[in-house]
Design a protein around this ligand. Structure first.
Ligand code: PAF
Length: 287
């Protein structure tokens, strides 16, 4: 069997810049898949998409502290370095950029990116400061790597919109690709946070997908009232022991503003806590 070649691992931004200058001189298209590690098939699908389109694939592994709220899971966020490197070797990533906190946020760090509009509802409302941290680190990663293309997952639908807004507003010369959600065979959207779930909670977590499926079925049967669909989506979730709804929403997929009637493509989005693990998922309804 052919052994997969390990990617080059770099933590120093100056070393990264030097390595990528050589690649750029070779005329290669550079792609970036930003991640926080704890990789699963969803992340690997971004790396595969990048490999298919670019001559050189960079993956960043950085658990960005500034996108976690004070009572969130930064300290316990899964760190699976060895397994991540093995997985990235398996899919043929060329370079892993894994900066240290001091390289991203030196002690005198003072600049933050605030995106308005699409960053405000849903996750923006329920996780204050989250998108400020995401937008700041993503802009820094884009500046450090200067990729031609950057890859994000549709699982974080709102994050992808926020990054598209940021890139357009600040004239960042990069193409943004949004890749489909990867689900387990039973429908659970892949997420690094699924690792927190006990086997019983993992089963209960299927309620997110079942709620989205209910929305899909109702839409397919001709229901167009957002209130009626939302009531049923919530009812599905509330049947599940210890499921706590953060939000269940039907919104315009471009503005993320709530819709009253489904007259065009509509995003069903939800955030639900199962056994204290906060999970998000979404589905684009096409009435
Ligand atoms: O989606 C994620 O894993 C993170 O929000 C990102 C884009 C890597 C920024 O830290």
């Amino acid at each position: 069997m052919m052994s997969a070649e390990s990617p080059q691992v770099v933590s120093d931004p100056a070393v990264l810049r030097a390595a990528l200058t050589v690649i750029r001189r070779q005329g290669k298209r550079i792609g970036l898949a930003p991640t926080m590690g704890a990789l699963h098939e969803g992340h690997l699908s971004l790396v595969r998409a990048c490999k298919a389109e670019c001559g050189y694939t960079v993956v960043s592994l950085y658990v960005n502290p500034s996108q976690f709220g004070p009572s969130e899971d930064l300290a316990k966020y899964p760190r699976t370095w060895e397994a991540d490197l093995a997985a990235l070797a398996g899919v043929g990533a060329d370079l892993v950029f894994a900066p240290r906190d001091a390289e991203i946020y030196p002690s005198d760090y003072a600049t933050w990116i605030e995106v308005g509009g699409v960053a405000e509802p849903l996750e923006g409302q329920h996780r204050p400061g989250h998108f400020r941290g995401v937008a700041t680190v993503v802009l820094k990663l884009l500046n450090l790597v200067q990729p031609d293309v950057a890859y994000f997952g549709q699982k974080d639908f709102q994050q992808a919109l926020v990054i598209q807004r940021l890139v357009a507003d600040l004239n960042v010369p990069v193409e943004i690709r949004v890749c489909p959600i990867i689900r387990e065979p039973d429908g659970l959207a892949m997420s690094s946070r699924n690792r927190y779930l006990s086997p019983a909670a993992r089963q209960r977590a299927l309620v997110l997908w079942r709620s989205l499926e209910r929305a899909r079925e109702l839409t397919a049967r001709g229901e167009r009232s957002a209130a009626a669909i939302l009531a049923q989506m919530r009812a599905v979730i509330l049947q599940t022991e210890d499921a706590q709804i953060d939000y269940v929403a039907l919104v315009d997929p471009q503005t993320l503003l709530p819709v009253e009637a489904l007259t065009g493509p509509t995003l069903a989005a939800l955030a639900v806590k199962i056994e204290n693990t906060r999970l998000i998922d979404n589905y684009l309804l096409e009435p």
